[in-house]
Write a protein that binds this ligand. Structure first.
Ligand code: PHE
Length: 444
Protein backbone atom coordinates (compact mmCIF):
# COMPACT_ATOMS: atom_id res chain seq x y z
CA UNK A 1 0.00 0.00 0.00
CA UNK A 2 1.19 3.48 -0.80
CA UNK A 3 1.39 5.34 2.46
CA UNK A 4 0.79 9.05 2.55
CA UNK A 5 3.75 11.05 3.83
CA UNK A 6 4.38 14.50 5.26
CA UNK A 7 5.58 17.03 2.72
CA UNK A 8 8.68 17.94 4.74
CA UNK A 9 10.35 17.50 8.10
CA UNK A 10 8.93 20.81 9.21
CA UNK A 11 5.48 19.55 8.29
CA UNK A 12 6.06 16.46 10.44
CA UNK A 13 7.37 18.41 13.43
CA UNK A 14 4.52 20.90 13.21
CA UNK A 15 1.89 18.18 12.98
CA UNK A 16 3.42 16.21 15.87
CA UNK A 17 3.61 19.42 17.90
CA UNK A 18 0.04 20.13 16.87
CA UNK A 19 -0.89 16.79 18.37
CA UNK A 20 1.07 17.38 21.55
CA UNK A 21 0.20 21.02 22.21
CA UNK A 22 -3.48 21.24 22.99
CA UNK A 23 -5.81 21.05 25.93
CA UNK A 24 -3.09 19.19 27.83
CA UNK A 25 -0.90 22.27 28.01
CA UNK A 26 -3.54 24.98 28.28
CA UNK A 27 -6.40 23.29 30.13
CA UNK A 28 -4.90 20.41 32.10
CA UNK A 29 -1.41 21.56 32.99
CA UNK A 30 -2.47 24.67 34.97
CA UNK A 31 -5.11 22.98 37.11
CA UNK A 32 -3.10 19.85 37.80
CA UNK A 33 -0.10 22.01 38.72
CA UNK A 34 -2.27 24.15 40.96
CA UNK A 35 -3.74 21.09 42.68
CA UNK A 36 -0.34 19.56 43.30
CA UNK A 37 1.67 22.23 45.02
CA UNK A 38 2.77 24.52 42.16
CA UNK A 39 6.55 24.76 41.79
CA UNK A 40 7.29 21.29 43.06
CA UNK A 41 4.91 19.83 40.52
CA UNK A 42 6.47 21.86 37.72
CA UNK A 43 9.83 20.47 38.79
CA UNK A 44 8.54 16.88 38.76
CA UNK A 45 6.85 17.38 35.40
CA UNK A 46 9.98 18.81 33.77
CA UNK A 47 12.13 16.04 35.19
CA UNK A 48 9.76 13.41 33.82
CA UNK A 49 9.42 15.02 30.41
CA UNK A 50 13.13 15.53 29.82
CA UNK A 51 14.04 11.98 30.80
CA UNK A 52 11.25 9.50 30.16
CA UNK A 53 9.23 11.72 27.88
CA UNK A 54 11.92 12.31 25.31
CA UNK A 55 13.08 8.72 25.39
CA UNK A 56 9.58 7.29 24.83
CA UNK A 57 8.95 9.89 22.12
CA UNK A 58 12.05 8.85 20.13
CA UNK A 59 11.18 5.17 20.62
CA UNK A 60 7.63 5.63 19.33
CA UNK A 61 8.53 7.74 16.34
CA UNK A 62 11.33 5.37 15.36
CA UNK A 63 9.11 2.28 15.55
CA UNK A 64 6.56 4.06 13.36
CA UNK A 65 9.15 5.18 10.86
CA UNK A 66 10.74 1.77 10.50
CA UNK A 67 7.56 -0.30 10.41
CA UNK A 68 5.50 2.16 8.33
CA UNK A 69 2.48 0.79 10.16
CA UNK A 70 -0.13 1.89 12.67
CA UNK A 71 0.32 0.64 16.27
CA UNK A 72 -1.28 -2.81 16.10
CA UNK A 73 0.51 -3.69 12.87
CA UNK A 74 3.79 -2.25 14.11
CA UNK A 75 3.79 -4.23 17.36
CA UNK A 76 2.81 -7.39 15.52
CA UNK A 77 5.50 -6.82 12.91
CA UNK A 78 8.26 -6.54 15.49
CA UNK A 79 7.04 -8.54 18.43
CA UNK A 80 4.65 -11.15 17.06
CA UNK A 81 1.03 -11.71 17.84
CA UNK A 82 1.22 -11.32 21.62
CA UNK A 83 2.72 -7.84 21.30
CA UNK A 84 -0.14 -6.67 19.15
CA UNK A 85 -2.16 -6.51 22.39
CA UNK A 86 -0.13 -3.41 23.25
CA UNK A 87 -1.28 -1.85 20.00
CA UNK A 88 -4.91 -2.69 20.73
CA UNK A 89 -4.58 -1.10 24.17
CA UNK A 90 -3.27 2.04 22.50
CA UNK A 91 -6.18 2.22 20.08
CA UNK A 92 -8.65 1.73 22.92
CA UNK A 93 -6.82 4.40 24.90
CA UNK A 94 -7.13 6.87 22.02
CA UNK A 95 -10.82 6.12 21.79
CA UNK A 96 -11.36 6.69 25.52
CA UNK A 97 -9.31 9.89 25.62
CA UNK A 98 -11.12 11.36 22.67
CA UNK A 99 -14.50 10.83 24.33
CA UNK A 100 -13.70 13.21 27.19
CA UNK A 101 -11.31 15.35 25.16
CA UNK A 102 -14.14 16.21 22.81
CA UNK A 103 -16.33 17.27 25.73
CA UNK A 104 -13.68 19.78 26.82
CA UNK A 105 -13.13 20.74 23.17
CA UNK A 106 -16.82 21.61 23.17
CA UNK A 107 -16.24 23.92 26.14
CA UNK A 108 -13.76 25.91 24.05
CA UNK A 109 -16.43 26.44 21.38
CA UNK A 110 -18.95 27.50 24.04
CA UNK A 111 -16.53 30.05 25.49
CA UNK A 112 -15.71 31.28 21.99
CA UNK A 113 -19.38 31.85 21.23
CA UNK A 114 -19.97 33.57 24.56
CA UNK A 115 -16.90 35.76 24.07
CA UNK A 116 -18.17 36.91 20.71
CA UNK A 117 -21.40 37.84 22.45
CA UNK A 118 -19.38 39.48 25.22
CA UNK A 119 -21.31 37.68 27.91
CA UNK A 120 -18.59 35.83 29.84
CA UNK A 121 -16.12 38.63 30.38
CA UNK A 122 -16.05 39.63 34.04
CA UNK A 123 -13.63 39.64 36.93
CA UNK A 124 -16.24 38.73 39.52
CA UNK A 125 -15.21 35.36 40.92
CA UNK A 126 -18.74 34.30 41.82
CA UNK A 127 -19.91 35.08 38.32
CA UNK A 128 -16.93 33.34 36.67
CA UNK A 129 -17.62 30.18 38.61
CA UNK A 130 -21.33 30.38 37.96
CA UNK A 131 -20.99 30.63 34.17
CA UNK A 132 -18.80 27.55 34.07
CA UNK A 133 -20.81 25.46 36.48
CA UNK A 134 -24.22 26.27 35.10
CA UNK A 135 -23.00 25.38 31.62
CA UNK A 136 -21.19 22.17 32.51
CA UNK A 137 -24.05 20.91 34.69
CA UNK A 138 -26.66 21.57 32.03
CA UNK A 139 -27.99 18.28 30.63
CA UNK A 140 -28.20 19.51 27.01
CA UNK A 141 -26.05 22.49 26.16
CA UNK A 142 -22.58 20.92 26.53
CA UNK A 143 -23.72 18.00 24.37
CA UNK A 144 -24.32 20.23 21.35
CA UNK A 145 -20.85 21.67 21.66
CA UNK A 146 -19.32 18.23 22.19
CA UNK A 147 -21.15 17.06 19.04
CA UNK A 148 -19.90 20.05 17.08
CA UNK A 149 -16.33 19.46 18.21
CA UNK A 150 -16.20 15.78 17.31
CA UNK A 151 -17.93 16.43 13.97
CA UNK A 152 -15.35 19.07 13.05
CA UNK A 153 -12.56 16.70 14.09
CA UNK A 154 -14.04 14.06 11.81
CA UNK A 155 -14.19 16.55 8.94
CA UNK A 156 -10.48 17.29 9.25
CA UNK A 157 -9.55 13.61 9.41
CA UNK A 158 -11.68 12.87 6.38
CA UNK A 159 -9.75 15.29 4.27
CA UNK A 160 -6.64 13.10 4.56
CA UNK A 161 -3.18 13.24 6.05
CA UNK A 162 -1.41 16.03 4.26
CA UNK A 163 -3.99 18.60 3.36
CA UNK A 164 -6.05 18.00 6.47
CA UNK A 165 -3.70 17.86 9.39
CA UNK A 166 -0.68 19.68 8.14
CA UNK A 167 -2.40 22.75 6.85
CA UNK A 168 -4.35 23.33 10.03
CA UNK A 169 -1.30 22.88 12.25
CA UNK A 170 1.09 25.30 10.64
CA UNK A 171 -0.09 28.89 10.71
CA UNK A 172 -2.40 29.28 13.67
CA UNK A 173 -0.07 27.76 16.27
CA UNK A 174 2.39 30.62 15.85
CA UNK A 175 -0.37 33.14 16.29
CA UNK A 176 -1.46 31.35 19.48
CA UNK A 177 2.05 31.59 20.93
CA UNK A 178 2.10 35.29 20.20
CA UNK A 179 -1.26 35.90 21.84
CA UNK A 180 -0.26 33.92 24.93
CA UNK A 181 2.85 36.10 25.26
CA UNK A 182 0.66 39.20 25.38
CA UNK A 183 -1.64 37.56 27.92
CA UNK A 184 1.30 36.60 30.14
CA UNK A 185 2.32 40.24 30.34
CA UNK A 186 -1.24 41.19 31.30
CA UNK A 187 -1.53 38.43 33.87
CA UNK A 188 1.82 39.23 35.47
CA UNK A 189 0.98 42.89 35.86
CA UNK A 190 -2.30 42.30 37.71
CA UNK A 191 -2.35 43.18 41.43
CA UNK A 192 -0.90 40.40 43.63
CA UNK A 193 0.22 38.46 40.57
CA UNK A 194 3.61 37.83 42.16
CA UNK A 195 2.09 35.46 44.69
CA UNK A 196 0.97 33.21 41.83
CA UNK A 197 4.30 33.50 40.10
CA UNK A 198 6.14 32.39 43.23
CA UNK A 199 3.67 29.54 43.71
CA UNK A 200 4.29 28.37 40.15
CA UNK A 201 8.05 28.70 40.04
CA UNK A 202 9.35 28.05 43.57
CA UNK A 203 9.41 24.35 44.46
CA UNK A 204 8.56 23.39 48.00
CA UNK A 205 10.51 20.15 48.29
CA UNK A 206 8.71 19.24 51.49
CA UNK A 207 5.51 18.46 49.60
CA UNK A 208 6.78 15.62 47.39
CA UNK A 209 4.48 12.58 47.34
CA UNK A 210 3.88 9.40 45.35
CA UNK A 211 0.54 10.79 44.28
CA UNK A 212 2.25 13.86 42.84
CA UNK A 213 4.77 11.73 40.96
CA UNK A 214 1.91 9.80 39.39
CA UNK A 215 0.19 13.02 38.37
CA UNK A 216 3.42 14.28 36.80
CA UNK A 217 3.87 11.01 34.95
CA UNK A 218 0.29 10.99 33.69
CA UNK A 219 0.46 14.58 32.57
CA UNK A 220 3.80 14.02 30.83
CA UNK A 221 2.31 11.21 28.76
CA UNK A 222 -0.91 13.06 28.09
CA UNK A 223 0.67 16.37 27.14
CA UNK A 224 3.24 14.73 24.84
CA UNK A 225 0.65 12.40 23.24
CA UNK A 226 2.73 9.38 24.26
CA UNK A 227 2.12 5.78 25.21
CA UNK A 228 -0.87 5.08 23.00
CA UNK A 229 0.60 4.97 19.53
CA UNK A 230 -0.12 8.47 18.36
CA UNK A 231 3.50 9.46 17.77
CA UNK A 232 4.03 5.99 16.35
CA UNK A 233 1.29 6.55 13.79
CA UNK A 234 2.64 10.00 12.88
CA UNK A 235 6.12 8.49 12.62
CA UNK A 236 4.78 5.96 10.15
CA UNK A 237 3.99 8.77 7.72
CA UNK A 238 7.56 10.02 7.85
CA UNK A 239 9.99 9.49 5.00
CA UNK A 240 13.09 7.35 5.59
CA UNK A 241 15.57 10.19 5.70
CA UNK A 242 13.81 12.30 8.34
CA UNK A 243 15.83 12.75 11.51
CA UNK A 244 13.64 11.36 14.27
CA UNK A 245 15.68 12.32 17.31
CA UNK A 246 15.83 16.02 16.54
CA UNK A 247 12.16 16.05 15.54
CA UNK A 248 11.31 14.49 18.91
CA UNK A 249 13.43 17.09 20.69
CA UNK A 250 11.60 19.93 18.94
CA UNK A 251 8.21 18.48 19.79
CA UNK A 252 9.11 18.01 23.46
CA UNK A 253 10.60 21.51 23.58
CA UNK A 254 7.53 23.13 22.09
CA UNK A 255 5.22 21.25 24.45
CA UNK A 256 7.19 22.20 27.54
CA UNK A 257 7.32 25.79 26.37
CA UNK A 258 3.57 25.91 25.96
CA UNK A 259 2.97 24.37 29.38
CA UNK A 260 5.23 26.91 31.06
CA UNK A 261 3.68 29.76 29.11
CA UNK A 262 0.23 28.56 30.06
CA UNK A 263 1.23 28.40 33.74
CA UNK A 264 2.61 31.94 33.54
CA UNK A 265 -0.57 33.13 31.91
CA UNK A 266 -3.01 31.49 34.30
CA UNK A 267 -1.56 31.05 37.79
CA UNK A 268 -0.67 34.69 38.52
CA UNK A 269 -4.18 35.68 37.44
CA UNK A 270 -5.74 32.96 39.62
CA UNK A 271 -4.07 34.43 42.70
CA UNK A 272 -4.80 37.97 41.66
CA UNK A 273 -8.54 37.54 41.24
CA UNK A 274 -8.84 35.28 44.27
CA UNK A 275 -9.90 32.00 42.64
CA UNK A 276 -9.10 28.78 44.45
CA UNK A 277 -5.98 27.19 42.84
CA UNK A 278 -7.50 23.77 43.50
CA UNK A 279 -10.57 24.70 41.46
CA UNK A 280 -10.11 21.69 39.14
CA UNK A 281 -10.95 21.27 35.44
CA UNK A 282 -12.71 24.64 35.22
CA UNK A 283 -9.59 26.64 36.16
CA UNK A 284 -8.54 27.89 32.70
CA UNK A 285 -12.10 28.63 31.67
CA UNK A 286 -12.84 30.54 34.86
CA UNK A 287 -9.60 32.50 34.93
CA UNK A 288 -9.13 33.73 31.38
CA UNK A 289 -12.32 35.83 31.12
CA UNK A 290 -11.07 37.78 34.15
CA UNK A 291 -7.74 38.47 32.42
CA UNK A 292 -9.62 39.80 29.39
CA UNK A 293 -11.82 41.92 31.63
CA UNK A 294 -8.68 43.84 32.56
CA UNK A 295 -7.70 44.54 28.93
CA UNK A 296 -8.75 46.93 26.22
CA UNK A 297 -10.48 45.09 23.38
CA UNK A 298 -11.61 42.41 25.85
CA UNK A 299 -14.16 40.85 23.55
CA UNK A 300 -11.77 40.62 20.64
CA UNK A 301 -8.96 39.06 22.66
CA UNK A 302 -11.30 36.65 24.39
CA UNK A 303 -12.80 35.46 21.13
CA UNK A 304 -9.37 35.11 19.53
CA UNK A 305 -8.03 33.20 22.52
CA UNK A 306 -10.85 30.67 22.67
CA UNK A 307 -10.79 30.26 18.91
CA UNK A 308 -7.07 29.48 18.94
CA UNK A 309 -7.51 27.18 21.94
CA UNK A 310 -10.15 25.39 19.93
CA UNK A 311 -7.72 25.05 17.00
CA UNK A 312 -5.00 23.74 19.32
CA UNK A 313 -7.50 21.24 20.72
CA UNK A 314 -8.69 20.09 17.33
CA UNK A 315 -5.19 19.38 16.01
CA UNK A 316 -4.73 17.10 19.03
CA UNK A 317 -8.16 15.52 18.62
CA UNK A 318 -7.35 14.86 14.98
CA UNK A 319 -4.27 12.88 15.98
CA UNK A 320 -6.33 10.81 18.41
CA UNK A 321 -8.98 10.04 15.83
CA UNK A 322 -6.28 9.26 13.28
CA UNK A 323 -4.94 6.46 15.50
CA UNK A 324 -8.36 4.88 15.86
CA UNK A 325 -9.25 5.31 12.20
CA UNK A 326 -5.96 4.13 10.70
CA UNK A 327 -6.31 1.02 12.87
CA UNK A 328 -9.62 0.18 11.21
CA UNK A 329 -8.28 0.97 7.75
CA UNK A 330 -5.06 -1.05 8.13
CA UNK A 331 -6.53 -4.01 10.01
CA UNK A 332 -9.97 -4.40 8.47
CA UNK A 333 -9.53 -2.73 5.08
CA UNK A 334 -12.49 -0.46 5.87
CA UNK A 335 -12.75 2.71 3.78
CA UNK A 336 -11.57 5.92 5.41
CA UNK A 337 -15.01 7.48 5.29
CA UNK A 338 -16.69 4.53 6.94
CA UNK A 339 -14.05 4.24 9.62
CA UNK A 340 -14.36 7.92 10.48
CA UNK A 341 -18.16 7.87 10.63
CA UNK A 342 -18.33 4.74 12.76
CA UNK A 343 -15.73 5.85 15.27
CA UNK A 344 -17.03 9.39 15.50
CA UNK A 345 -20.49 8.10 16.35
CA UNK A 346 -19.18 5.79 19.08
CA UNK A 347 -16.92 8.42 20.56
CA UNK A 348 -19.79 10.89 20.58
CA UNK A 349 -21.97 8.48 22.54
CA UNK A 350 -19.34 7.75 25.17
CA UNK A 351 -18.65 11.49 25.40
CA UNK A 352 -22.31 12.15 26.10
CA UNK A 353 -22.08 9.90 29.15
CA UNK A 354 -18.84 11.57 30.20
CA UNK A 355 -20.36 15.01 29.90
CA UNK A 356 -23.50 14.06 31.82
CA UNK A 357 -21.35 12.56 34.57
CA UNK A 358 -20.24 16.12 35.36
CA UNK A 359 -23.82 17.20 35.85
CA UNK A 360 -27.03 15.27 36.36
CA UNK A 361 -25.31 11.88 36.55
CA UNK A 362 -22.63 13.07 38.93
CA UNK A 363 -24.03 10.81 41.64
CA UNK A 364 -22.87 7.65 39.87
CA UNK A 365 -19.31 7.14 41.00
CA UNK A 366 -16.86 4.28 41.19
CA UNK A 367 -13.85 4.54 43.51
CA UNK A 368 -15.07 8.05 44.25
CA UNK A 369 -14.76 9.17 40.62
CA UNK A 370 -17.43 10.01 38.09
CA UNK A 371 -17.16 8.69 34.53
CA UNK A 372 -15.31 11.75 33.24
CA UNK A 373 -12.69 11.42 35.97
CA UNK A 374 -12.42 7.68 35.45
CA UNK A 375 -11.76 8.02 31.74
CA UNK A 376 -9.06 10.55 32.52
CA UNK A 377 -7.59 8.39 35.28
CA UNK A 378 -7.53 5.09 33.44
CA UNK A 379 -5.99 6.52 30.27
CA UNK A 380 -3.38 8.85 31.75
CA UNK A 381 -2.47 6.93 34.88
CA UNK A 382 -2.64 3.36 33.66
CA UNK A 383 -2.89 2.84 29.91
CA UNK A 384 -0.42 5.44 28.65
CA UNK A 385 2.31 4.63 31.20
CA UNK A 386 1.80 0.94 30.36
CA UNK A 387 2.27 1.78 26.67
CA UNK A 388 5.40 3.71 27.58
CA UNK A 389 6.86 0.70 29.38
CA UNK A 390 6.11 -1.60 26.46
CA UNK A 391 7.50 0.58 23.69
CA UNK A 392 10.66 1.11 25.75
CA UNK A 393 11.10 -2.61 26.31
CA UNK A 394 10.46 -3.34 22.65
CA UNK A 395 13.09 -0.88 21.47
CA UNK A 396 15.60 -1.62 24.22
CA UNK A 397 15.53 -5.41 24.07
CA UNK A 398 14.00 -6.65 20.86
CA UNK A 399 14.77 -4.24 18.06
CA UNK A 400 17.69 -2.16 19.27
CA UNK A 401 19.66 -3.09 16.11
CA UNK A 402 17.29 -1.66 13.49
CA UNK A 403 16.35 1.30 15.67
CA UNK A 404 19.93 2.35 16.35
CA UNK A 405 20.80 1.92 12.69
CA UNK A 406 17.90 4.13 11.71
CA UNK A 407 18.78 6.77 14.29
CA UNK A 408 22.45 6.87 13.25
CA UNK A 409 23.93 9.79 11.33
CA UNK A 410 24.29 9.79 7.55
CA UNK A 411 27.71 8.09 7.85
CA UNK A 412 26.19 5.32 9.97
CA UNK A 413 27.99 6.50 13.11
CA UNK A 414 26.38 6.20 16.55
CA UNK A 415 25.57 9.38 18.46
CA UNK A 416 26.91 10.08 21.97
CA UNK A 417 23.50 9.66 23.54
CA UNK A 418 22.80 6.15 22.20
CA UNK A 419 24.07 4.47 25.37
CA UNK A 420 21.90 6.62 27.60
CA UNK A 421 18.89 6.14 25.36
CA UNK A 422 19.34 2.40 25.35
CA UNK A 423 19.60 2.23 29.14
CA UNK A 424 16.47 4.30 29.38
CA UNK A 425 14.60 1.96 27.09
CA UNK A 426 15.92 -1.20 28.69
CA UNK A 427 15.87 -0.40 32.39
CA UNK A 428 15.32 3.14 33.57
CA UNK A 429 12.01 4.11 31.94
CA UNK A 430 10.24 0.78 32.59
CA UNK A 431 11.55 0.61 36.15
CA UNK A 432 10.62 4.17 37.07
CA UNK A 433 7.19 4.02 35.47
CA UNK A 434 6.38 0.75 37.21
CA UNK A 435 7.72 2.09 40.48
CA UNK A 436 5.45 5.13 40.32
CA UNK A 437 2.45 3.01 39.34
CA UNK A 438 2.98 0.44 42.08
CA UNK A 439 3.80 2.96 44.79
CA UNK A 440 0.65 4.90 44.10
CA UNK A 441 -1.50 1.81 44.47
CA UNK A 442 0.33 0.52 47.50
CA UNK A 443 -0.35 3.81 49.25
CA UNK A 444 -3.95 4.13 48.13
N1 PHE B 1 -1.31 15.85 23.85
C1 PHE B 1 -2.67 16.25 23.66
C2 PHE B 1 -2.92 17.50 24.47
O1 PHE B 1 -2.12 17.86 25.27
C3 PHE B 1 -3.63 15.14 24.02
C4 PHE B 1 -3.33 13.86 23.34
C5 PHE B 1 -3.03 12.74 24.07
C6 PHE B 1 -3.30 13.80 21.95
C7 PHE B 1 -2.70 11.56 23.45
C8 PHE B 1 -2.98 12.61 21.32
C9 PHE B 1 -2.67 11.50 22.07
O2 PHE B 1 -3.90 18.14 24.35
Amino acid sequence: MDRATWSSRLGFVMAAAGSAVGLGAIWKFPYVTAQNGGGIFLFAYLLTVFTMGISVMIAEMAVGQISQKSPVGAYRFFGGISWSAVGYTGVLCGFLILSFYSVVGGWTIFYFVKSVQGSVITSDVVQLRRVFEVFVHDPFEPLWYHGAFIALTAAVVLSGVQQGIERVSKVLMSLFFLLILILIVRSLTLPNAMEGLVYFLMPDFGSISARMALEALGLAFFSLSLGMGCMLTYGSYVSDDTNIASSAAYVVGLTVLSCIMSGLMILPAVFSIGLDPAEGPGLTFMTMPAVFAHMGGAQFFAALFFFLLFVAAITSAVSLLEVVVSFLIDEFAVSRTRAVILMTALIFILGVFASLSLGIWGGYTLFGMNLFEQLDYVTCHIMMPFGGVMISLLVGWKIWGPVSRRLSGADGAAYWWFGIFRSFCRYIAPFLILLVLVFQHVRA
